[in-house]
Design a protein around this ligand. Structure first.
Ligand code: ADP
Ligand code: MG
Length: 310
């Protein structure tokens, strides 16, 4: 009896459970015996280069296509034997977010809401949640790419699913839109399980708790970002108002290497987990240099991604 309870509990806390999934298109193996699980309310980044198999995996999770082999449970429901329950558990933002540009935002969401028997109140709530209120009376075709992406997110959230599958939600957005959509996704992730794909490493750093790296249809890494931040290496990117000799920057504490990437921009690698930005700031100040930009990068995620996908 106790064992049974434990098993039940385990299944419920796992939002997504993928076991030995293989997908073959004709001759090509797009996914090769993939397994992973996602806990509820995690934001997981599914990172991989183009053609790695990300969209294929997402289409399987949303029941759009069937795997060739293996088992998947979403929200505890089997994609094969309990398809309808899976469909009510997931919200999906497809890669190229197909939208009817002639429809008005509210009209479009109402139509899709009807399909899932979504109440009018819920539609208004989702419009508000996704920041669409000022644009809801416009035609989708009139919206910027960032706002179209919000319509796609609103659409995915209409039936209040526990799990959101977002296929490259930030690809092609300009920097301002990018920040807004990232924040929106992070907010959604406070309550929902978010599984999002991207081929851009920085997106994972900006939004995710965990990264699963896929390459050529196989999972090559699965790590929590918090663990990676403990790693004893970091890169600080600094732009000064003036040229500095690399050797001069090597005087910084705990520095392991310096690279002048362009003009007055330098990538400084430190072998410590301590945030070294304040040291760089003091150094600039002591040497009468002005800082035009100062950023920190997770060296381990970057090198891991490069190494695994090169
Ligand atoms: P990603 O989303 O990571 O870019 P995809 O899942 O779209 O990768 O594609 C993985 C591989 O499977 C690619 O080589 C792609 O060309 C192939 N593929 C995807 N969909 C199909 C399909 N419907 N028919 C044949 N091959 C496909
Ligand atoms: Mg894709």
């Amino acid at each position: 009896y106790i064992t049974e309870c434990l098993f039940l509990k385990k299944d419920v806390t796992m939002s997504i459970k993928v076991e030995n999934i293989t997908k073959v298109y004709g001759e090509q193996k797009a996914l090769n015996t993939i397994s992973f699980s996602v806990k509820s309310a995690e934001i997981v980044g599914f990172l991989g280069p183009n053609g790695a198999g990300k969209s294929t995996m997402m289409k399987i999770l949303t029941t759009y296509i069937n795997p060739s082999e293996g088992q998947v449970k979403v929200n505890g429901y089997d994609i094969d034997s309990d398809k309808k329950s899976v469909q009510s558990s997931v919200g999906y933002l497809p890669e190229h977010n197909p939208l009817y540009t002639d429809l008005y935002v509210r009209e479009y969401l109402k139509f899709n809401g009807d399909v899932h028997n979504v109440k009018k109140q819920r539609i208004e709530k989702v419009i508000e949640l996704t920041g669409l209120l000022p644009e809801a009376h416009k035609k989708i075709g009139q919206l910027s790419k960032g706002y179209r992406q919000r319509v796609g997110l609103a659409n995915a959230m209409l039936h209040n699913p526990d799990v959101l599958i977002l296929d490259e939600p930030t690809t092609g957005l300009d920097p301002n839109q990018l920040v807004d959509i990232r924040n929106l996704i992070k907010n959604i992730g406070k309550e929902k399980t978010v599984f999002l794909s991207t081929h851009i490493m920085q997106e994972v750093e900006a939004m995710c708790d965990r990264v699963i790296i896929i390459n050529k249809g196989e999972i090559v890494a699965d790590k929590y970002l918090a663990d990676m931040r403990q790693d004893q290496e970091q890169i600080v990117i600094v732009e000064f108002d003036y040229r500095v000799e690399d050797t001069f920057l090597l005087k910084l504490p705990k520095v392991s290497s310096v690279k002048n990437t362009q003009n007055f921009i330098y990538e400084i690698t430190f072998s410590t987990a301590e945030d070294m930005r304040s040291h760089v700031f003091d150094f600039a100040n002591d040497n009468a240099l002005k800082i035009l930009q100062l950023n920190q990068k997770n060296a381990s995620l970057e090198s891991l991604f490069r190494e695994l996908t090169s």
